[in-house]
Design a protein around this ligand. Structure first.
Ligand SMILES: Cc1cc2nc3c(=O)[nH]c(=O)nc-3n(C[C@H](O)[C@H](O)[C@H](O)COP(=O)(O)OP(=O)(O)OC[C@H]3O[C@@H](n4cnc5c(N)ncnc54)[C@H](O)[C@@H]3O)c2cc1C
Length: 302
């Protein structure tokens, strides 16, 4: 079946990679292969390929920039569709409203907003994902989140039909959206921003980026904050309090710079990362009776 889908995608112009090494497509830089990775060349063809998958009873796994993913070492037995720069149009709908395709990077979206003197997205500058991934996760930082700027989101549902969710239907919460539950494919979104002084926007963006560079181990592969913020606590502080900074399993390590980040120190397998995550969860629970849930999505065969 995967071969039939691969052939269909190839015939309409998509890039198709069989036995695709997912370490190349995720920021953690580890993990196994996917049976088939498809990179559509347009939204129109994304629609066709997604519909073809569903009509063959195959649910594709959607990947953006892979910056919140850990693929297991056994890989993904299935079809992965990557939504990237081929679907990254950004344009103004009116003075303060932006249309953005799912594959656009948050960086290019923030730069576009800056260019148009639009404020609201400064918090997202430096988050290394796509618009699609940011909507799915309701990505946020420094007191801002996608919820503050989204107006509506367009998608392809699990019948292969297109549709739209309005703000009321998006169910945006902490690292959660309606898409976390329904699994639809996000194709684009409309965002509402406010006019502001370009210099102020730029200053806020530079400030956020500077804080990231100071505090985060950006020199190593990771998926950002490994754990969600438990209510009333900070994951990093709990982990540090357990003396786990620098704790290592194989090539995976609790960052010495920021205990909330598990990093690939070099040559880590996904099993190293998963075992380290389990150790951290156990040790933090034993000491603080707090359950650390992963923010990073672990996918693939166990
Ligand atoms: C150094 C670093 C710093 C980070 N800092 C932050 C931060 O400050 N705040 C924050 O919130 N996150 C942060 N992250 C995590 C990550 O960048 C965000 O979660 C980002 O929004 C993920 O986008 P992505 O395109 O990489 O999604 P992916 O990692 O590719 O996918 C994440 C999830 O979204 C789904 N998805 C992706 N695209 C689509 C689509 N088009 N349609 C449907 N589902 C889709 C995937 O199926 C998956 O379940 C950081 C990561 C790194 C490596």
């Amino acid at each position: 079946m995967y071969n039939k889908i691969a052939l269909f995608a190839e015939n309409i112009g998509a890039e198709v990679i069989k036995d695709a090494p997912m370490k190349k497509y995720t920021s953690f830089k580890c993990g196994g292969n996917a049976s088939v990775l498809i990179i559509p060349d347009s939204l129109e063809n994304l629609n066709k390929i997604t519909a073809f998958c569903y009509s063959n009873s195959v649910k594709p796994f959607i990947v953006g920039n892979g910056s919140n993913l850990l693929v297991t070492d056994n890989g993904i037995n299935g079809v992965v569709i990557k939504i990237g720069s081929q679907m990254s149009e950004i344009r103004l709908l009116d003075d303060t409203t932006i249309y953005c395709e799912a594959g656009a990077s948050l960086k290019s979206l923030c730069m576009f907003a800056l260019e148009k003197c639009l404020s609201g997205l400064e918090f997202a500058y430096g988050i290394p994902g796509t618009l699609g991934g940011a909507v799915y996760m309701n990505a946020g930082a420094y007191g801002g989140e996608m919820k503050d700027v989204l107006y509506s989101v367009n998608h392809i549902d699990d019948n292969g039909n297109t549709g739209t969710l309005s703000m009321d239907e998006l169910d945006l919460g902490y690292r959660h959206s309606a898409y976390t539950n329904n699994g639809f494919t996000i194709t684009s979104a409309v965002l509402k921003l406010q006019k502001a002084d370009k210099k102020d926007i730029k200053e806020a963006m530079d400030d956020k980026l500077g804080r990231r560079k100071d505090k985060q181990p950006l020199e190593y592969p990771s998926a950002g904050s490994t754990f969600k913020r438990p209510e009333g606590y900070f994951a990093g502080a709990l982990i540090e309090d357990c003396g786990l900074k620098g704790y290592t399993v194989g090539g995976a390590q609790v960052s010495e710079k920021h205990a909330g980040f598990v990093i690939n120190k070099g040559g880590a397998t996904s099993t190293d990362v998963i075992n380290l995550i389990k150790d951290v969860q156990r040790i933090v629970y034993d000491k603080h009776k707090v359950i650390l849930e992963t923010e990073v999505k672990i996918i693939g065969e166990e």
